[in-house]
Design a binder for this molecule. Structure first.
Ligand SMILES: Cc1ncc(COP(=O)(O)OP(=O)(O)O)c(N)n1
Ligand SMILES: Cc1nc(C(=O)O)sc1CCOP(=O)(O)O
Ligand SMILES: [Mg+2]
Length: 202
């Protein structure tokens, strides 16, 4: 079953993303998405992904790779998350096979319907709120925008500015789950933050 809490790695310089991953996984995070900053060398992405993938195995969690089908194959991840500028879902499916988990970013209902037709397993819908984690995003769609994309037949994972306090309104709008960077990676205690998010999602 697809996890309801997707924790994305925060590999910005100066952060110990692996320590955060270990704490979140130990606290029960069911799914990690390995995401690195633009410009990271392939070799470094590969090594980091292999480390997180190995940790996910220890804790029985799902491991997805952001953007990169080749790295997912190389570390035997469970799947990938793909956006508008990444490989199409259909190509990733051909390369990864039917059992791979493939997520697609959707910004509206039309995008979510396209992801469904393309064979995605879930849609990452956002930005739901303002986020300081990523630049260049369109205006936030809010719970109302999420609601439109969450009812096309694929599990919707709300992303962008998701906090513990916002989880109830996102679930109310039809989210299957949430994806977070800051809410876990910038928390004083990533394990405690993970547990609180899981409780809110249950
Ligand atoms: C769950 C989830 N939803 C959306 C995204 C964003 O993906 P994308 O649009 O490809 O942007 P980058 O993350 O690659 O910068 C995501 N990663 N995860
Ligand atoms: C990686 C990413 N993609 C988004 C999108 O809307 O496509 S928002 C986002 C960053 C999410 O970080 P935080 O939980 O700290 O707001
Ligand atoms: Mg992408």
């Amino acid at each position: 079953m697809l996890g309801r809490l997707h924790v994305l790695t925060d590999a910005r310089p100066g952060r110990d993303a692996v320590a955060v991953a270990r704490a979140a996984l130990a606290a029960g995070a069911p799914l990690f998405q390995v995401r690195v900053e633009d410009g990271v060398h392939d070799r470094d992405f590969l090594d980091f992904a292999a480390e997180v993938r190995a940790l996910c195995r220890v804790y029985g969690a799902t491991c997805l790779i952001n953007d990169r089908v080749d790295i997912a194959l190389a570390v035997q991840a469970d799947g990938v998350h793909l956006g508008a500028f990444d490989l199409p879902v259909s190509v990733a499916r051909r390369l990864l096979g039917s059992s791979a988990i493939i997520g697609a970013t959707s910004r509206d209902a039309a995008g979510a319907r396209a992801a469904l037709v393309d064979g995605a397993d879930y849609v990452g819908v956002g930005p739901c709120y303002h986020t300081s984690t990523k630049d260049g995003l369109p205006d936030p769609i809010g719970p109302a925008g999420l609601e439109l994309a969450a009812h096309v037949g694929l599990p919707a994972i709300a992303i962008g500015g998701v906090t513990l306090e916002r989880v109830p309104e996102l679930l109310e709008a039809g989210a299957y789950g949430v994806a977070v960077v800051g809410a876990v990676n910038s928390a004083d205690d990533p394990g405690v933050a993970t547990k609180a998010l899981l409780k809110a999602l249950s």
